[in-house]
Every structure is written in structure tokens, then in C-alpha cells.
Design a protein around this ligand. Sequence first.
Ligand code: PLP
Length: 441
Amino acid sequence: MSLPTLDENRFQNSRALLERARRSLTGGVSSPFRAKFPVPLYFREGRGSRLIDEDGNEYIDYTLAWGPAILGHCHPRMVEAMTARAPGPFIYGAQHRAEIDVAEKIQAAVPCAERVAFTSSGSEAVQLALRLARAYTGRTLVLKFEGHYHGWLDSVLLSHHPEAGQVGPSEEPRVVPESRGQVANAADNVAVLTWNDSTAVERLLSRRPGEIAAVIMEPVLCNSGCILPAEGYLESVAASARKHGALLVFDEIITGFRMGLSGAQGHYGVVPDLATFGKAVAGGLPLSVVAGRREIMEQMGQGVSFGGTFNGNPVSLCAAAAVLEELARDEGAALKRANRLGKELMAGISALAQARGVSWLATGFGAALALHFTERTQLREYRDTLEDDRGKLSLFARLALEEGIYFLPDGRFYVSAAHTEQDVDATLAALGRALDRLESA
Ligand code: PLP
């Protein structure tokens, strides 16, 4: 395939800033994942569903900062809440009313949330959930699934995106560490299975009786292509976990307050023992949440150690209160709309492919979806995505940027409460142009 002509002048200010950044900021970016964009952009403004970069290019934003900006950028209710909070104080390191207010809101919305705890990042929330599970069961081993991401820390950065040559047999996947410098024995405490196969879960739990403290998963596999759970899968895993005395942990850091106000657990009607939330919960301010059954959660301070200088940060909680109020308004109209628009986008994307005879697939649930250049018509688990043509996706993402559409480098699109029907129409037209340029090269 010859390459389409790219407009190299379009991003020159971003490129110059990245060059400058590399001389002080390691790698030039604040998270190495961000360097994976076909062009790492510098932004100067954002409002609603739009972002403007340092070259003055305007985009319809489907990254939403990797998820948090669920109300879009500068939502008036968020601006009002932050302005009211601006005189401070910004932190107490002690108790304040907003903690109770937000904990009560989460308790009311999330089925498993008999009790709630606040942390600052998703990675941290997962660590707390797993510690609670290990303390409660007196067991060590955690079962996770290939392709699922639970943060960057040593204990869970395993088999997140292993390469085809690393995964091992699908009946017995290898536990694959992802980072140099990661302690090697992290892998000793984790078992890995391929996802969406409930028989494999039951088999492993039976084979290792009394060993597995927790089964942790993203209830929708958002971090490897937005793959939905097979019919009955979540119910079966919950039943197996219960039967064998392991706790079920849903990592809802993406699905939480994106699928709906009750998360994936409310959507699918499967209530885990513990769940983690982050990203969208405070609309862009750092806040994460562990929620779960009372007797598991109340081990904190009773032998289960847990801390954090920024836990319960008043500014973040003020933002979370505003987000949760907005999302609850009119019986959850905002997320229903975002999910409906996302589904329209998925249908439109499929139609674009059909019209042009291109092999690509849109997967997801609406407010989170992903594009795959693949011959497959269905994706069931991470290994299926290894056949995606990632080079083509990256080139397509680059062309889409030129057409004013900004999505995540792995093909994910997040839809917010600020996106409109007009955005969807404009996006489909732009993606069609990008696809024509890709295919005509
Ligand atoms: N869990 C899931 C499902 C995530 O998607 C992420 C981040 O993308 C994390 C955990 C880690 O969250 P954070 O980046 O806030 O540490």
C-alpha cells in the first residue's frame, strides 16, 4: 500500500513544543501512553465536545482525556462548582461534608456500594480492592484476564497487552509482565485466563481450591477494543467465585458513570463484592473510589492498612458532587443520550465500511466504542484483537486528525454528555473522507 499524502505543516506548533518538552520532561509527555498518538498534540482550549490545539486546529474530541471528561469540557455546572470552591481551602487532611455527600450519592447509585472509600487514581483504588479481598479471604492469588488493564503498578501490570508470541496456550495462558523493572515475583501472585470463557474460570477455581482471593475484571473489556461480555458470562463467573469463596471485583474505572449511573453492574444486573471507579467520577479532577460490601470494606482501620494524603480531596469531591448531580438529572438522561449517540456512531461506522467494502468493525456499548481494522465480524476476547491491522489504524487515526476527529490511539472513542447529533453527523462525514484517503493511497 502506498501512503496517502499527509499535511505535515498542520501540527508544527505541537511538534515544536514536543521537541522543547523532550529537553526537560522525560520522553516529552506526562504518560508514555500519550506518546502513542500518531501526533502527540498540545492543546490550548476546550469547550463542550471540542478541543483546539496549539496550531489552532479544532477537533471533535472522542478521547475525553482517556475517559474523565464525561460532561465534556468546561461544563457550566462544573465551572460553577469549581469557581465556588476556588477561594479554598483546597485541602484539610481531615473530615468535611462533601465526603459524606459524595459517598451517599455513590451508595444510592451503585448496587454493590454498601460502603465507599476515596483514593486518587484508578491504579491506587485497584490496590486497595485487592488488599481488602486478600485480607477478607486470607488467600493470596488473584485471577485476572488477558487484555484487561488494572493500572500500572507491579502487582497487576501483567498480561495486559502481551504479544502473540508471549501469550502461551489459551487453556493455560502465561502470566506476562509488561515492564522492565517490575518485580518478577508479581507474577507469582496472579493467575491469568482468557476472558469470556466461564468454563475456564470454573475449572481454575476448582483446580486451586482455597487459593484464589479475588477474580478481577473489566466487566466490559474496554482496554482491549471495547468487547462486551458474552450472554450469561458475568453471572457464571459470579456464581463460580461465590461457590469457591473468591470475591468478585469489577474494575469499573471506565464503565463506571459511562454505561449508566449504576455502572456495568447495574446494567447487567450482576453485583460484585467490590468495585473500583475513577476517571469520569469527578469529571476531570483526580478521584477514585472503592465500593463494596460492608463487612469487606469495614476491614479498613481494623487491621487493613490504607492511607493517602490526597484521599477525600475537597476540590475533587466538589467536582464529583457536580458530576453525579448532572448525571442523575432527569433519570440519567445525559448518559442515556451519550450511549444512544455512541450507538448511532457505531451504526454509521459500519455503514461507511459496507459502502466502501472495507473490513473494519465497531465494537462497544455506545459511550465507549472501538474501531478495528479486522476481517473478523465479532470479537470475543483479547487474542481476537491480535489480528487487527494496527498500522492501518494508526494511519487512519492520523488522517482523522487532519479531518478534525480526535480519538484514542488504540481506536477507542468515548462519547460525552456534551456530544450532539450534529457532532455524530460531522464525525461520520469526516471519517468517510479519512477512509477514502486511506483506501485511495
Ligand atoms: N483500571 C482501568 C479499567 C483503567 O482503564 C485504568 C486506566 O486507564 C486504571 C484501572 C488505572 O487508572 P489510573 O490511570 O487512574 O491509575
